[in-house]
Design a protein around this ligand. Structure first.
Ligand code: FES
Ligand code: FES
Length: 166
């Protein structure tokens, strides 16, 4: 089996993985990092989202061997010691937290989404494909639409993300 190394939440890890192992399974089963969750294992729920080389990424859809050397930040690696990442703090402050299953992916996705906005990437609902993105509520909802919950408890997430973007 091939051997890979990854830097996960600031720690370099390495080990042998089967060619068919997804990043998600490598994280959870091989390297013991359990904050990314396996919700659907089909790229449909967003529970497995991490930041991979700075961009949000669905880890259930990618093979670990294709990302040898990747730098991955999961929800549990966002805080600086006891100080939460501003997005995590905003989710707490605005009661945007959901269950432990979908929240880690929501937080990682929200951070990645704001970086995409800052870089001017348009979304399906952007009025202007070439100019700056106006972070409307519709933009936030559209960009977070890949992160699902079965409970429908999304009410405060838009506010939490908006506050964290300021
Ligand atoms: S587990 Fe990856 S998108 Fe659902
Ligand atoms: S799946 Fe997490 S709150 Fe619904």
């Amino acid at each position: 089996m091939p051997r890979i190394t990854m830097t996960i939440d600031g720690e370099e890890v390495g080990g042998e993985v089967d060619n068919r192992t997804t990043i998600l399974d490598a994280l959870r089963e091989r390297f013991g990092v359990t904050s990314p969750k396996k919700g659907c294992d089909h790229g449909q729920c967003g529970a497995c989202t991490v930041l991979l080389d700075g961009r949000r990424h669905l880890t259930c859809l990618s093979l670990a061997v294709a990302h040898d050397g990747a730098v991955i930040t999961t929800a549990s690696g966002l805080a600086e010691g006891d100080e939460l990442h501003p997005m995590q703090q905003s989710f707490v402050d605005h009661d945007g937290l959901q269950c432990g299953y979908c929240t880690p992916g929501q937080v990682c996705s929200a951070i990645g989404m704001l970086a995409e906005v800052a870089e001017g990437h348009p979304s399906h609902v952007s009025a202007d494909l070439d100019g700056d993105v106006d972070l409307t509520d519709d933009e936030i909802r559209e960009r977070m639409s890949g992160n699902l919950c079965r409970c429908g408890a999304y009410v405060n997430i838009v506010t939490a993300i908006r506050e964290a973007s300021r």
